[in-house]
Design a protein around this ligand. Structure first.
Ligand code: NAD
Ligand code: UGA
Length: 469
């Protein structure tokens, strides 16, 4: 690992104009490129996608991704040095740096199904660049990829090079949804991996210069390609492992009358452990933790390390357990049947401040309860009804599920409330009013440990949280 010495880079960043292209206008491509355009006014950034509807949305007033602060950044740069387009070929041809920010979902077919990353979109991008590029390019892996993917990308490009030089860099993204703009503006670090050849180092330097426009240089870490690729999977595995660890302890807390929030606080004050990512929950969701750990598991098996694979797989197993454990607790507390009972589901997104529902714990819990023939009244401030229907695999006229405009409508006549996303607005609801319009006993299951259970019990609720007796 080497860090570019500050002295080599000079104090001021030279002004240079560059065309940057990003293939993939999703949760990462859109916000990341918007931030680069916002910070680097001399560069022109074009984000391309094959999905016309998504590009149209990026060019409209209703962006396809909800992130606090994103609208302002996009509207400030769009049409000036930030463009969204479906003209992939032109954007590739004109760009000096091409980011690959396409999806890398878990493979659902063939060898490695259910675990390996599906790299077909990345490969298509590499082939497209090989087909249309007319001069040298720096190709940057922004998507999360299995370690050594850059080798395949390089081989595809080099086999079709016709004299053009391609440098491949790995620059994984660490933003979290809901705080993407803060994370991009002030990242803990930016990681750039590349070949340790003179050409590779020159390409690294070019990308360092882009970020150094606003990120302090000591926060830009440079490594070889494989360390960078593997660091991204490892970071997500460590973060998810902390959640599974505290969720495992939450089950023990429920059996012993310990309180998981108190345990988390007590251990989190140890500076070696630290306080972050110790919030017990209904289980982690999101598009990446599960897929990236499954990918890590697959890689470990591929490299003949079954014990290491089993270790990381247990993080996923614990998360699955936690989601179903919550559903079972709800059913068992409600006299072992939820059939024909109205259950208000507050929150469907996988975390607050996002409209993303990928792998949301709410999906699994709702499915468990629908299997038990519950009637669900779902409210989420940002998730579209059509998305909920896709996630639950139901038609618009499904008689067991209704969609509500606000939490008061959802809880009217309900037997129970489930808090499945920690939206701030749930903290300030008028629970007295809600209690008065519910069936009794009025159950409340706080899957996010968001609410004051004692205050709810004083109102009359049968209230329980995660990891609390
Ligand atoms: P996404 O599904 O929101 O967006 C990917 C986009 O790529 C889609 O709009 C799709 O149409 C487009 N695409 C696919 N193939 C294409 C092609 N050949 N040409 C043009 N466009 C194409 O995905 P995302 O959430 O933005 O994630 C992208 C990558 O970033 C993944 O590898 C993910 O693991 C990683 N990542 C995601 C997050 C996150 O918070 N979502 C954070 C860090 C890293
Ligand atoms: C996560 C990582 O935090 C990012 O660094 C990474 O870039 C990203 O994955 C990715 O690669 O996609 P994200 O999934 O957007 O970001 O959101 P997180 O804040 O990590 O939350 C993930 C899930 O864990 C959510 O369901 C959240 O509610 C849950 N969580 C988080 C807990 O249950 N407890 C916690 O203490 C923290």
């Amino acid at each position: 690992m080497y860090k570019i010495p500050l002295s080599d880079q000079g104090d001021a960043i030279p002004t240079f104009r560059m065309k940057i292209c990003c293939i993939g206008a999703g949760y990462v491509g859109g916000p990341t490129m918007a931030m680069i355009a916002h910070k680097c006014v001399d560069h022109t950034v074009t984000v391309v996608d094959i999905n016309q509807a998504r590009i149209d949305a990026w060019n409209s007033d209703k962006l396809p991704v909800f992130e606090p602060g994103l609208d302002e950044i996009v509207s400030g740069a769009r049409g000036k040095n930030l463009f969204f387009s479906t003209d992939v070929d032109t954007a590739i041809r004109e760009a000096e740096i091409i980011f690959l920010s396409v999806n890398t979902p878990t493979k659902t077919y063939g060898v490695g199904a259910g675990r390996a990353a599906d790299l077909r979109y990345i490969e298509k991008c590499a082939r497209k660049i090989a087909e249309v590029a007319e001069d040298d390019k720096i190709v940057v892996e922004k998507s999360t990829l299995p370690v050594r993917t850059a080798e395949s990308v390089k081989r595809i490009l080099e086999s079709n090079s016709n004299g053009r030089q391609f440098q491949i860099l790995s620059n994984p993204e660490f933003l979290a949804e809901g705080t993407a703009m803060e994370d991009l503006e002030a990242p803990d670090r930016v990681l750039i991996g590349g070949d340790q050849t003179p050409e590779g180092k020159a390409a690294i330097q070019k990308l360092v210069d882009v970020y150094a426009t606003w990120v302090p240089r000591e926060r830009v870490i440079t490594t070889n390609l494989w360390s960078s690729e593997l660091s991204k999977l490892t970071a997500n595995a460590f973060l998810a492992q902390r959640i599974s660890s505290i969720n495992a302890i939450s089950a023990l807390c429920e059996a012993t009358e310990a309180n998981v929030d108190e345990v988390a606080h007590a251990i989190g004050t140890d500076s070696r452990i630290g306080p972050k990512f110790l919030k017990a929950s209904v289980g982690f969701g999101g598009s990446c933790f599960q897929k990236d750990i499954l990918n890590l598991v697959y890689l470990c098996e591929h490299f003949g390390l079954p014990e290491v694979a089993a270790y990381w797989n247990s993080v996923i197993a614990m998360n699955d357990y936690q989601k179903h454990r919550f559903s079972h607790r709800v059913i068992s507390a409600m006299f072992n049947t939820v059939s024909d009972k109205k259950i208000a589901v507050l929150g469907f997104a996988f975390k607050k401040d996002t409209n993303d529902t990928r792998e949301s714990a709410a999906i699994y819990i709702c499915k468990d309860l629908l299997e038990e023939q519950a009637n669900l009244a779902i409210y989420d401030p940002k998730v579209e009804v059509a998305q909920i229907q896709r996630d639950l695999g139901i038609d618009a006229d499904n008689e067991y599920v209704s969609y509500c405009q606000d939490p008061y409508e959802a809880t009217k006549g309900a037997h129970a409330i489930l808090i499945l996303t920690e939206w701030d607005e749930f903290k300030t609801l008028d629970f007295q009013k809600i209690y008065e319009q519910m069936q009794l006993p009025a159950f409340l299951f706080d899957g996010r440990n968001l609410l004051d259970l004692e205050a709810l019990r004083e109102i009359g609720f049968e209230a329980s949280g995660i990891g609390k007796g």
